[in-house]
Design a protein around this ligand. Sequence first.
Ligand SMILES: [Zn+2]
Length: 357
Amino acid sequence: MTEEGTPVEVWERISEAGIRVMRIPTPFQVGRVNTYLLEDDPLTLVDAGPNSGKALDELERQLEALGHRIEDVELVIITHQHIDHLGLVDIIAKRSRAEVAALDLLVPFVENFGSDAERDDEEAAALMLRHGISEEVVRALRQVTGSFRAWGSKAHVTRPLHDGETVTLGHRTLEVQHRPGHSPSDTLLWDADRRILIAADHLIKHISSNPLISRPLDGSGERTQALVTYLGSLKETRELPAQIVLSGHGEPITDHRSLIDERFAMHQRRAEKLYGLIADRPQTGHELAQALWGDVAVTQAFLTLSEVIGHVDLLVNAGHVREVEDGEVVRYEATSERSAGELGDLIPGGNPALGRV
Ligand SMILES: [Zn+2]
């Protein structure tokens, strides 16, 4: 196994499984998104790319190179709610009359895409202001978010999927696994016979999947602890005897357990680093983000704040940090004189990599 690139044998196994990867361009920093064509009965597309002419052109071209047309697609499965994955679903479904499958929890979001936009924006704005981001940046970010929505689209879901159910195609059985954290709707497709997992953005080889703060899909008002949720989901994925994990971006993963262990170690380190900053002096989430990443571009402000809040949740849950109201904003402060090195394991329920030594 080489560091860069994926060995030929791995691509051969993917191809023998009747899985074709199509890399569709996106206007986002993440670059291309992987969509997967399962050459099976029905002909199944997992994710579709963002809603843009360029993405549609490329999808058509790449499908054609594989001997298919959009009109041939019979089933589209959506892995999660992000627009780089679901934007083209509606166009494809209308042209092909394909069934559209998505996790039951995700159905209202997809069918009403954008209708809650105002409420989403208001809640995100309130959260950002509360954590010390300036009104000016919040206003600018709101415009960016609004324009990004054009790359998404509504779609009609004809087949709601339930966590734990199996989707049976002619030549494979896929178990549906709800593994929230990166988004509230992350859905994995597990082929136990082939030991191949389609994981979308739940696990990506070259970047850690940021646990973005999002509104709960069940409509409850409570902010979910995205990183805490994510780490719990990763533990479940770690237990799967997968040989190949196919991600929403980048290369296939052939050693998911050690990659997940690297992620646990990284989140532990990041939480310790944040603790060190907080122990120096009480700070807002935004000040902490700036200390870690400097003056981030406006578009990254919500993302980096999500990262900070996710890790501070670990510290607050473990009792090392508390939130203190300071006028309009909230600051974090340490609850004791402990040093970052004395915090112990911060992974909720214990880091499984440490438990097995
Ligand atoms: Zn995503």
